[in-house]
Design a protein around this ligand. Sequence first.
Ligand code: 5AD
Ligand code: SF4
Length: 483
Amino acid sequence: MRPGNHTIDEARQGEAMESRSGGSRKLYLESYGCQMNFSDSEIVVSILADAGYSTTKNEAEADLILLNTCSIRDNAEKRIRHRLQRLKSGKKSKPKLKVGILGCMAERLRDQLLEEEKLVDLVVGPDAYRDLPRLVEEIEGGQKAVNTLLSREETYAEIEPVRLDDKGVTAFISIMRGCDNMCSFCVVPFTRGRERSRDPQSIVAEAHDLFDKGYREVTLLGQNVDSYKWNVDAKGIVKNEAEPVVRFAQLMGLVSEVNPDLRVRFSTSHPKDMTDEVLEVMAKKDNLCKYIHLPVQSGDSDVLKRMNRGYTREWYLDRIAAIRRIMPDCAISTDIIAGFCGETLEQHEGTLSMMNEVRYEMAYMFKYSERPRTLAERKFEDDVPEEEKSRRLAEIIALQKVHSKERTTVQFGKTYRVLVEGPSKRNPEDFQGRNTYNSVVVFPKGESKAGEYVYVRTTSHTPVTLIGELVSEAEAKAEGYIA
Ligand code: 5AD
Ligand code: SF4
């Protein structure tokens, strides 16, 4: 999956994983949705390994199938319902098979899920994974089990995640959980609870450990990383005067010092909270990647107000100006919602003109999908007809295509330091990696290996991918490579 954003991709199925040493019972786990879910799955595997479960990539040999689910849009939930339908036949031929639902859909629907989906044995919300060993024991005894308690403290800080991406080059580090923003369209505050930050020492220790194991890139994850805080409360009152206060800018600084060869990305920033201080820290260090995912949602101030985003069009553009001033070359991507409640044609055009001003590298674009319990569901009518939503979305997608291509053209012709991730998807004879801007770079393998840094001179490109050839460090230096 594309690191550096937390955006939900309903079409992406979780990577199953190779068997892990441990017990005799087999766990098959699928993750849906955002990077946070993928990161949580690594915690779940760690907890269940201690309870005697080893993971398998082969669904047929599983004793327990877990789906780590997403509720962000109705489509995401529908997809999981379909998946459950398909699992029904598997359960018929294997009556002892247990099926569990984790994540946001578990949290949103709780016991209701057991009634509606008879094959489900287990429902566990995002803050209750420590309870999994007990819950699994219950279902093994033939009962159904549910725990959807949300917590104000849980960060799973000291649990060592079992990395499920078998390439061993890039990893997620969860730095906080939950969200206090209450954007009116969003179900996340209901499914993931209140915002809480994780102890910075445990974050830095995890980054060190990953580097020692050969990882060369970490993505710091949170719903709103700019509001990360340690040793200070929401009102700005310091909790322990003897200890330093760590906000996101300081945390980035700390993680960047783990090793100059450990690249650091993060996701997701919130325009209302993104400070110049963070940008200045990013500008100073080559290993803090020059890429920011800054969801705009809409280009119209009235729509943003109804969305409860806490900023105006002007404020957002000021943040973009700050990025350009402090890091002129920084890549910027975004999330956009088409057809939010009450969105007029003119307001939709405001989004298009915003895109034209910023010219995003990349965007995740969605039709508005009304979610139960949200502010928008209670206060506004979902009144843009489905067809019109689709038409507006298509316009947004078409425009983004132009901008993505334009950005690739700007990046083409230069030489980059690239972190090799593994074989190219299109041609396994080639390798692919990313440059600092998070753009995919494809090149013939040569003597390079996954997890190494190489220098690539770009020689051609597709609309979104750079294609190039390996050059030596001396050549790259002579060409003024981009780190
Ligand atoms: N409808 C459509 N898109 C949504 N998102 C969040 N909630 C909804 C919804 N109800 C999008 C936002 C967010 C991204 C993760 O998903 O753009 O940034
Ligand atoms: Fe949802 Fe807004 Fe929080 Fe993102 S910042 S998780 S969109 S409420």
